[in-house]
Design a protein around this ligand. Structure first.
Ligand code: DGL
Length: 270
């Protein structure tokens, strides 16, 4: 038994798609969420910068006394790799669980991967997929416009701008016949109705935040580290830009309004 909270972080709001899953899978757990809203996006930045940010983000969560950390960000997961040993607490990223789910879902062996520029140029998903099955054919595509579209709430299923951008990014892999598409950025599930309709029926969309949350839940259960307190669960949200901007859009990601404490912090102190 371990009553400490689970720490989840992302460059901004995208990691809330993983929090939404955690709320369903582990409804008793306390969560500390850190969204680096003042420095988003990470996906267009260089490796050194992203690594410096990750060091600060994880140091903040450790200071909050979390029992495990979920990097609910494809970019962080792709660039930082496994931090389990250096952090001293269980650390989860999105790559392994998502690649395993995609490899299990495909029937024709053709898998598309979409993500930020940093995620796609790191080759993280392609390497993880080929390690699972070297016969898979991988079709990667960076979609740098998706994150700003989501952060600015261009997310309605009928949104013409987002649909046009999706058509431009996704039509080559649709024509290549992929039957499974990894949403390799945790912002993308918010526009999955658009992505799904551009890709067409019969293409499985793999949600990286969801797969990572499932993997974390399974491991914490096996380690006997789930919370057993009968007190109501608590969620704390920490951001690096104004909390109002965060809480306004967060509802889109969580499917409900923010109920917990939201606070702006100075991440440069970590
Ligand atoms: N949510 C981040 C990811 O999964 C993308 C946002 C960013 O570029 O910072 O890659």
């Amino acid at each position: 038994m371990d009553d400490r909270p689970i720490g989840v972080f992302d460059s901004g709001l995208g990691g809330l798609t993983a929090v939404k899953e955690l709320e369903q899978i582990l409804p008793e757990e306390n969560i500390v969420y850190f969204g680096d809203t003042g420095r988003v996006p990470y996906g267009t930045k260089g490796r050194e910068t992203i690594l410096r940010y990750v060091k600060q983000d994880t140091a903040f969560l450790i200071r909050k006394g979390v029992k495990a950390i979920l990097a609910a960000c494809g970019t962080v997961s792709s660039v930082a790799g496994n931090l389990d040993k250096s952090l001293g607490i269980p650390y989860f990223d999105v790559i392994g669980p998502t690649a395993r789910a995609a490899a299990a879902a495909t029937k024709n062996g053709k898998i598309g991967v979409i993500g930020t520029s940093a995620t796609i140029s790191s080759d993280s998903y392609r390497l993880a997929l080929l390690k699972l099955n070297h016969k898979l054919e991988i079709f990667p595509q960076a979609c740098p416009l998706f994150v700003p579209l989501v952060e600015n709430a261009f997310v309605a299923p009928q949104d013409e701008v987002t649909r046009l951008v999706a058509e431009r990014y996704l039509s080559p892999m649709r024509e290549a016949g992929v039957d499974t598409l990894i949403l390799g950025c945790t912002h993308y599930p918010i526009i999955s109705p658009i992505i799904g309709s551009v890709m067409g029926k019969g293409v499985s969309l793999i949600d990286s935040g969801r797969e990572a949350a499932l993997s974390l839940a399974k491991t914490l259960r096996e380690l006997g580290k789930l919370r057993e307190s009968s007190k109501p669960r608590e969620c704390g949200y920490y951001v690096t830009d104004t909390p109002e901007n965060f809480t306004n859009v967060a509802e889109l990601f969580l499917g409900h309004s923010i109920s917990g404490h939201t606070e702006r912090i100075d991440i440069e102190k970590f």
